[in-house]
Write a protein that binds this ligand. Structure first.
Ligand SMILES: Nc1ncnc2c1ncn2[C@@H]1O[C@H](COP(=O)(O)OP(=O)(O)OP(=O)(O)O)[C@@H](O)[C@H]1O
Ligand SMILES: [Mg+2]
Length: 296
């Protein structure tokens, strides 16, 4: 049986040389996946990631056309900023292309999420029936064992990945997995992250921010745990316009709700660093718009 990190740490044993953890640069490079983009299904987002490629002996910036494949991204924001909508769009976009997606729902029971996914597909111009079984829902909202005991969740997910040949995973939300044990946030997120890497998943982890946190910072509930561990963070925010100054600044009117989006970091590729306006349409579709301050 694979040893759990905690047991290993706390059991005394003679120091051991772990040879399989040592790689020469060339060996490690052979195992490195090429950086390719995965279109997200979110208008305006895919253009914000780029990589540099060696072309004729020179490094040139090349648009990735999506988030880097095999990356684990954290989507953070306070309540009602569009995290779930965006994650659903991502899941639909993959499923519609024939890819298999694990959707671990921690907040909302699976049947409600399925109904929401169906609407999301319709709003995106697709017929959900044509690919509905490409999304495998794992209902941790209704099952406390999955929510409270990470090894059960990971064993269930590993089983689903093997059975359905899943390449994409969404967890909405990881915060729900460390509710009332925030001190564990870092270790829980680390285990989830390592699992995604081991199984070559391209994954979105949703994490909630407390409203006390600075609006556009990447700090999520449980402190900075999530942001440091994952490959990249996308921050969603909203602001109610209450002053003439803000109204002028954002070209809005007093009483409007203005939404923002920012990529806080991505280890696997280059990315746009500006804060963008964001829109949620009447049918619940998230779109990333121009940077605040306009295009420069
Ligand atoms: N057709 C729609 N379906 C769902 N949400 C819509 C729709 N149209 C607009 N919205 C807006 O999107 C918001 C919901 O966003 P979403 O559920 O993705 O939030 P969230 O960031 O996941 O919040 P939480 O942290 O509470 O889960 C609603 O508050 C609403 O303002
Ligand atoms: Mg949500």
């Amino acid at each position: 049986m694979e040893q759990n990190g905690y047991d290993y740490h706390y059991q005394y044993h003679e120091p051991e040389v772990i040879k399989e953890a040592i790689y020469k640069g060339g060996e490690a490079l052979k195992k490195a996946p090429e950086v390719v983009g995965v279109p997200t299904g979110v208008e305006g987002l895919d253009e914000l990631f780029f990589t540099v490629k060696e072309i004729d002996g020179r490094l040139q910036k090349v648009n990735l056309g999506g988030i880097p494949k095999y990356s684990v991204c954290n989507l953070t924001g306070v309540n009602d900023t569009g995290k779930s909508l965006m994650a659903e769009q991502f899941a639909i976009a993959q499923a519609q292309k024939g890819q298999k997606v694990a959707f671990i729902t921690v907040e909302t029971p699976a049947n409600f999420v399925a109904a929401s996914l169906k609407y999301r597909a319709l709003a995106m111009g697709y017929r959900f029936e044509e690919f509905e079984d490409n999304i495998i829902l794992i209902d941790a909202a209704s099952n406390y064992k999955l929510r409270e005991y990470i090894p059960d969740l990971l064993a269930t997910l590993a089983y689903a990945i093997k059975t359905y040949k899943i390449d994409y995973t969404v967890i909405d939300s990881v915060t729900g997995l460390f509710e009332n044990k925030e001190a564990m946030a870092r270790s829980i997120v680390r285990r989830l992250f390592n699992f995604m890497k081991k199984w070559y998943q391209t994954a979105w982890f949703i994490s909630q921010k407390r409203s006390g946190h600075e609006m556009l910072s990447a700090e999520a509930a449980g402190g900075y745990a999530v942001g440091h561990i994952v490959d990249g963070t996308m921050v969603l925010a909203k602001e109610l316009i209450t002053s003439a100054y803000a109204a002028r600044l954002y070209n809005a009117q007093i009483g409007d709700l203005v939404r923002f989006f920012r990529i806080d970091g991505c280890r696997m590729c280059g990315h746009d660093t500006k804060t963008h306006f964001m829109e949620i349409t009447e049918t619940g579709i998230v779109k990333i718009l121009e940077p605040i301050g306009g295009k420069r």
